[in-house]
Design a protein around this ligand. Sequence first.
Ligand code: ADP
Ligand code: MG
Length: 735
Amino acid sequence: MPTSRAPAAAPKPPPGGEKAAAAPAAKSAPARALERLGLVRDIDLALHLPLRYEDETRLVPIAALRDGDSGQVEGTVRACELQARPRRQLVVRVADASGELALRFVHFHAGQQRQFEPGRRLRVRGEVRGGFLGREMVHPTVRAVEPGAPLPQALTPVYPTTAQLPQAYLRKAVASGLARASLAELVPAALLPPGLPTLAESLRLLHHPPPGAPLAALEDRTHPAWQRLKFDELLAQQLAQAEAQAERARLRAPALAPRPGALHDRLHAALPFALTAAQRRVVAEIERDLARGRPMHRLLQGDVGAGKTVVAALAAARAIDAGWQCALMAPTEILAEQHFRKLVGWLEPLGVQVAWLTGSRKGRARQAMLEALASGAAGLAVGTHAVIQREVEFARLGLAVVDEQHRFGVAQRLALRAKLAAQRLEPHLLMMSATPIPRTLAMTYFADLDVSTIDELPPGRTPVVTRLFADDKRAQVIERIRDELARGPGRQVYWVCPLIEEAEEGAGDRRRRGAALEEDRGVGAGDHGDVGGSRGRGRPLELQNATDTHAELSAALPGTMVGLLHGRMPAGEKAAVMSLFTGGTMRVLVATTVIEVGVDVPAASLMVIEHAERFGLAQLHQLRGRVGRGTEASVCVLLYSGPLSPPARERLRAMAETTDGFEIARRDLAIRGPGEFMGARQSGEALLRFADLEQDAALLEAARDLAPRLLREHPAAASAQVQRWLGAGAEFLKA
Ligand code: ADP
Ligand code: MG
């Protein structure tokens, strides 16, 4: 076992040392593959841990192997023959004192044949089958050895790797990285959770477990050595978060203090409704932050329909009152437009110019918007990610509001901060989400975030009634639409079709996961393409579904205007359809999930979701939130086609049983696990490699408790810990 400095391994190990060495002229393919995996420093290699192990420490007599056993034997080659039938293959006969075994290779090369000269001694590992030739192994792992060669003293690690990086090369690179890396204990032992081995002990054990080590605990990652690794990782993550927080506390932001009788108060007075108590509370929390000269970094969470937009509008008014500008960014063009209309309706009568920026807005109109923002004439910019593009300059950006923030990736949040950091002051940041963040996530990826919660819906809402219908009841559902429309002019209907990826068609399981995956990918995928740019796959089927349904409903509902809305339509057309629907002329709207977030048409009282089993729970809840916004009692029909996978069944049951967004989030978490929650996997990617937020919640708590103390009492150790684990990746945590 490598306990001290080992000589460099045969393949040139990656540029060593804690700092990256000057790049040598030409790197081998495996060396480049190492780099792509992020295995650059010795410590990176040392922290590259095995997926599993192979036991080469023991030999089994051939005769002791039963059909289906895996094991290692050692024997002498008796014969090696090339067979032509039933297909070309190499058959090698090996014997030990107890019996004989056939090795069968369908893929082989000439060199291998030489390895199998009769008389050679081989160590052979694989799974035994009782073939018609007697015992045999197909494509076993084979190694030529000298008679009496000692067995390895440790289990053989199998590392996660890629095609260009052979396991043997990686093993040597990791072994030499492990031997050279500095693994000194950084945290005083007394501060660590009790019972954990040192990092060096843990890593040596995990890379090279001795024979008889508890394999199950190693492979399911519950062994104390794993606990230590996970704890260290979580601690590094908590420290990086705390550093980011401390750094933010040192930054300055414009102090947006209240001015009596100004825009803010006039907007407040002009609203057509009174704020709920919960809205008043969060407005106060936000305004307290804004008045301080430090950048706000606050998440506003509130169930669908809780009324987050007006809170954002009041914050924007505060910024404008103080002579600053506000930018509001939404993940889709449709949602951005909704915000735009609403904010224009509230603010323009009060003399505020509102600029509208999306990817599809070009030419003179766009130029005029850009000028209004650069000169400061426009107090507010509303749009998609177009708001954070390089050409967009603000005269005095003081507040950025990001709606449905979890749909934006870390990269976009970084871009936003970078734009704003161009001024000497940092802007305030308000993020809004209908999906509450689970506790463990709040403690990790979102630790640097203050949270305000609207836990009350505006008065007069009747909870939406949700009904499940099997797909063969479709005619009945259409009948229901007819009834709904007949009840009066103030009734409108959404019919939502799922996105279907072409590649998923026909593959039962993946198909069912389709929508959930769609959602997990967050911004940039599917119909949310407004943010992430275009994507070629999956369109034809998606449209097929929606256009078929559109034709079907148009035929079934003569005399009713039925519209169609999908992500592929030009923005102008989308806007035209939305305005017909918002205005009430169009009474039925068939749409893909473009309407998922934030669309607000209070007269919509019936929603049908087709293939509801394909949607994620959070997404279903978002969709359902499009109805029940007026005073009419609303209904949501979930059409599903079986057979349902158990998670799909759970999702539909949750939808039928509750309309409470927090309860939905709790169940979603239980079904999916926090790692996949809200696309956090994407944003937290590569940040937590080992720890599992659900399983390791206790370690997370311990790490969170230790982090501030370590920063206070052992700042050098704290920063070494972050460097060791995150290296260059630490920057991402500040997003
Ligand atoms: P969300 O929190 O989902 O973004 P919105 O801001 O779109 O919700 O608000 C949903 C609807 O409720 C909008 O039509 C909005 O104008 C209305 N609304 C917001 N606050 C109140 C209130 N206090 N009383 C009545 N209606 C309200
Ligand atoms: Mg909203």
